[in-house]
Ligand binder design. Structure first.
Ligand code: ASP
Length: 455
């Protein structure tokens, strides 16, 4: 049995729905289908989720929301008209959208979550109707009826462990199950949504809960590429990768999934297949547990690069002999509520790397001031100009020359390496460079491992 999730661009128009219907019909194993809300139809178009957020804000501020409600209804209407559906489904969808405006909610956060969730909820109702109309028996399943329970905050939910037990009791025989992504219910019965892009999480949770053989995630790219196509034109695709390779790559900028979105699938040991709705026969990228993978032909699976980092460099003579230095430093971070990303260290030196999107200038100044006062380093420097390149591959752990080849490819082109660290996982090499060098560094590493190895 497969759980299949379709992203917003795959469910944005009648034409796209038609492709989705064909994909579902082509494989009887595709038993559980997870919907996103209709996404953008073209550049500049609005996603239904964004329209719903606007709708929620207007209702909260007691503004006239008629135009927004009409715009949202029109998105579903367009798809319904494409298939010439009998009117009941659109009557139901319009009714549910209208009813939202007059439903009382505990507070603004609960209201926002419920409005947002309707993008996927209404799309699941619509897809079930379209499939049935096309002769493929399908039924909408409300997450409430499946016991899909979440905790956390209304707009930042976490799945509750009871969900998995509840899902194991759901009968999967009979019509295909169409399940809305992105949200669940709190134990008190309120709608809570995951973070944006959270339909992927729903698919992963259902894969684990239903013990699926495969989680197919349909999006609008043929596969995950070995490197960002904006840096290297027409890069090689990754046909197979391990979960932890995926996680290390998405950490440093790969953006097909939020890496955390597939954690439930990892926990359930369910392989994930990223595929393209617009080219469904392409094999896509298969993401599997580590033990299924080793490709000795190329130790590297992918190269990612991110400029979202800053570093704090500290130098203090005899740092290695000083007991408690790092502890005091970490206590300062804790007081400021700051988490660090990496901390490579030497005899007298320590570099701490931060995700700069989580820091602002006043915090950085206060932090540096306190470190100077408390720890009295001989030298302290805040480095804003920092990029991190992650060279990732299960094969790294099994080869002896990969690190050397990576370094050679950079030194041959006069690219200065500010930091290099073979990751604790043993499947990644992390390189810090100046931002201006990052794209060229990625290209040279790519050429070394992917172009030269093919000749
Ligand atoms: N529709 C939601 C969003 O736009 C969730 C998703 O598409 O996965 O964030």
């Amino acid at each position: 049995m497969k759980v299949v999730k379709f992203g917003g661009s795959s469910l944005a128009t009648g034409e796209q729905f038609d492709k989705v219907v064909n994909i579902i019909a082509a494989d009887p194993e595709r038993q559980v289908i997870v919907t996103s809300a209709p996404g953008k139809r073209s550049q500049g178009d609005a996603k239904v989720t964004d329209l719903l957020i606007h709708y929620a804000q207007q209702i909260q501020q007691h503004q006239d929301a008629t135009t927004t409600a009409v715009q949202i209804t029109a998105r579903y209407q367009e798809i319904s008209a494409f298939f010439d559906l009998p009117p009941e489904t659109m009557v139901l969808i319009s009714h549910k959208l209208g009813a939202l405006a007059t439903t009382p909610f505990a507070d603004a956060d609960h209201l926002m979550a419920a409005f947002k969730a309707h993008g996927e909820l209404l799309n699941a109702i619509l897809l079930a109707a379209v499939l049935t109309h096309q002769g493929i028996p399908a039924k909408f399943m409300d997450p409430k009826d499946a016991g899909f329970l979440v905790g956390g905050e209304p707009n930042n939910a976490d799945v509750l462990p009871a969900t998995y037990l509840n899902l194991s009791h759901v009968s999967l025989t009979g019509p295909r199950i169409i399940f809305p992504g992105f949200f669940g219910y709190s134990p008190s019965g309120d709608i809570y949504t995951f973070t944006r892009g959270g339909s992927d999480i729903t698919g992963a949770i259902l894969s684990r809960g239903f013990k699926a053989d495969l989680y197919e995630n349909f999006t609008d790219v043929d596969a995950i590429y070995t490197v960002d196509p904006r840096i290297v034109a027409h890069p090689a695709v990754i046909s197979k990768m391990s979960y932890r390779e995926m996680r290390e790559l998405s950490y440093a900028g790969f953006s097909v999934f939020q890496d955390e979105a597939i954690i439930p699938a990892v926990q359930g040991q369910v392989p994930v297949n990223v595929k393209n709705t617009n080219n469904p026969t392409a094999p896509g990228t298969l993401i599997v547990p580590e033990q299924f993978l080793f490709n000795p032909a190329n130790p590297i699976t992918g190269i990612a690069c991110s400029a979202r980092f800053s570093a704090l460099y500290l130098h203090r003579y005899l740092l290695n002999k000083e007991v408690g230095f790092t502890l005091k430093l970490l206590e300062i971070f804790q007081r400021y509520g700051i988490s660090y990303e990496h901390m490579p260290s030497g005899i007298d030196d320590l570099t701490i790397i931060f995700d700069q999107s989580k820091l602002d200038a006043p915090t950085i100044n206060a932090l540096c001031h306190e470190i100077r006062q408390t720890l009295k380093p001989d030298y302290l420097e805040w480095i804003d100009d920092y990029a991190i390149i992650m060279v990732v591959g299960e094969g790294i752990a099994h080869t002896v020359d990969t690190m050397g080849r990576v370094i050679d490819s950079l030194t041959q082109h006069d690219i200065a390496i500010q930091m290099i660290n073979q990751g604790a996982s043993r499947i990644s090499i992390m390189i810090g460079t100046q931002r201006k060098d990052a794209a060229a560094a990625v290209r040279h590493i790519y050429d070394t491992f992917f172009v030269k190895s093919e000749v």
